[in-house]
Design a binder for this molecule. Structure first.
Ligand code: ADP
Ligand code: MG
Length: 520
């Protein structure tokens, strides 16, 4: 008799074949379903409560999936789709997740009809190629100028709980921020140059663009000036106090006179620090190390505004926006080490000091100062602004946009259905399945807007056939099947391409799995 052969540890859980596939597909679909109701301007929000009672209210696909604490490995792959979408283009996360979920659902039907997983995967890849072609055919011609970028930003923010007035204001400052820091030649934008600073205590419409940096820092001494115009600034990475440490100095004090002498020597040294900075013409000091209280008092006497123990990231941003060099010592401080700022002022906002450093018109660092009445509003507004920044950067960098509101998806599905004939064998079924999956985007937009999804799809196709472009355009309370370009609903092409690619990749990866071997 043959001995059974144990390859895996006894506690290993193994599911294979149809069971493995079914469980993976179900998990993937569950994730997509969790976010689908948030899609589009009429999407609803989710309230997520974590184990310690923390609450997040959001409409943002990536945030929902991140907060959901998903365990199933296949579901986790869908979460990664949303994350990579967020990282690559900053928006379109819900679209990508919904697409991936639909691709899985449609694939399952085919697999149930005995189409082999390999044929589905190949068919999906073929369909992706056709879909990307169709996307290219939808490009809105003409230059992507400031006006066009504004429409892109507004499309990304509608329905994000920011309110109409705020959306207009926010779109304006997002676009101005991007244009301010974008490279004039190759249009590239370094996202680190755009900072977002948030604070409660005002409505979201009070957001402003600061051509410089905003910090949560307060002056090191109350007697310092709170506002300096045409400031000359120094950024220091050294502690401002009596020198000690390098050599162990030890005083042997035997009389009161000697004590006095020692103390006044230290005092003179502290005063010298303030005098040195003042003589160099410095008005404002940003110090990443500690400024001792006595030194701060001397700096205040000299009329210098100083900040102590600022965060390293803030010191870096401050140096970049003012052109100051970061100094490890003030001994040989020279004019060329110093930077300039048009204005530096400290204001009290929501009970705390906030410091605004504004550069000149060509400042390479900007800050979006985002406000909101409560923490939840501020957080959701910040996520909307983040999405808008992503799309505006993407649209500005490639200079290409496509109509939104499902129009691209309707065109893709149309292209796939007419192109499926050219694909032979069972792969053609997968191409059709891909078309059905892509329909989910306009279908979900319609559903979330309260339309009958089937009627809406029929109308969309008819309008697409006659006019070439058709979307479900939502404008406040009204919904219409029309050309989204006329209503300024547009998306950057990069968002659409990335969503199609990453959704296909995740779905096909999950479909290829026929064995799940889990260590216990
Ligand atoms: P995502 O996370 O995928 O960006 P959103 O909730 O932001 O999800 O919805 C994006 C979709 O909403 C895109 O297809 C976009 O074209 C569409 N959209 C944006 N504004 C409108 C509008 N006014 N009417 C209809 N659809 C819109
Ligand atoms: Mg979006």
């Amino acid at each position: 008799m043959q001995q059974p052969l144990y390859v895996l540890a006894e506690s290993t859980q193994r599911t294979s074949g149809a069971d493995a596939r079914r469980s993976n597909v179900a998990a993937g679909r569950a994730v997509a379903n969790a976010v689908r109701t948030t899609l589009g301007p009429r999407g609803m929000d989710k309230m997520l409560v974590d184990s310690s009672g923390g609450v997040v209210v959001t409409n943002d696909g990536a945030t929902i999936l991140k907060e959901m604490d998903i365990e199933h490995p296949a579901a986790q792959m869908l979460v990664e789709v949303a994350e990579s979408q967020e990282a690559e283009v900053g928006d379109g996360t819900t679209t990508a997740a919904v697409l991936a979920g639909e691709l899985l659902a449609r694939a399952e039907d085919l697999l149930d009809d005995d189409v082999h997983a390999t044929a589905v995967v190949e068919g999906y890849h073929e369909a992706l190629r056709l879909a990307l072609d169709a996307v290219d055919g939808m490009l809105v011609g003409g230059e992507v100028d400031r006006e066009a970028l504004l429409t892109v930003a507004e499309s990304a923010m509608t329905g994000k709980g920011t309110g109409d007035i705020a959306t207009g204001v926010l779109a304006g400052i997002v676009v101005d921020a991007v244009l301010q820091v974008a490279d004039d030649d190759d249009r590239r934008v370094n996202r680190d140059d755009i900072r977002v600073f948030t604070r409660t205590g005002a409505s979201a419409a009070a957001a402003e663009l600061v051509r410089g940096v905003v910090f949560e820092e307060e002056p090191a001494n109350d007697n310092m000036p709170r506002s300096v115009e045409e400031a000359t600034v120094a950024v220091l990475d050294t502690k401002l106090d009596v020198r000690s440490g390098e050599v162990d100095t030890e005083y042997t004090i035997t009389s009161v006179d000697q004590l006095d002498a020692a103390l006044s020597a230290e005092d003179a040294e502290r005063r010298t620090i303030a005098e040195t900075l003042s003589a160099a013409g410095v008005d404002v000091v940003f110090c990443s190390k500690k400024i001792s209280d006595p030194v701060a008092a001397y700096l205040a006497d000299a009329g210098i505004l100083a900040f102590s123990n600022v965060k390293a990231s803030e010191a870096r941003a401050f140096a970049r926006s003012t052109g100051a060099r970061r100094l490890g010592t003030i001994d040989d401080i020279e004019a060329s080490d110093l930077g300039t700022a048009a204005s530096i002022r400290v204001e009290k906002h929501a009970g705390d000091d906030v410091t605004f450093v504004e550069g000149n018109d060509d400042s390479r660092t900007v800050t979006l100062y985002v406000r909101g009445s409560t923490d939840h509003v501020v957080d959701e507004t910040e996520r909307a602004v983040d999405d808008a920044l992503g799309v505006v950067v993407a649209a500005h960098e490639d200079g290409e946009i496509v109509p939104g509101a499902g129009a691209v998806e309707v065109a893709i599905a149309d292209r796939l259905r007419s192109g499926a004939n050219a694909v032979t064998g069972r792969k053609a079924l997968a191409v059709e399945a891909f078309a059905d999956a892509v329909d989910a985007v306009p279908r979900t937009l319609a559903e979330n807007a309260g339309l009958d999804p089937i009627d809406a799809l029929v109308d969309l196709r008819a309008h697409h056939d006659s006019e070439g472009v058709a979307g479900i355009v939502i404008d406040g309370p009204s919904v219409a099947i029309t050309d989204p370009r006329d209503e300024h609903v547009v998306d950057p092409v990069a968002v659409k391409r990335e969503a199609l690619e990453s959704a296909t990749e995740a779905a096909t990866m999950i479909l290829r799995i026929d064995d799940v071997i889990a260590a216990n």
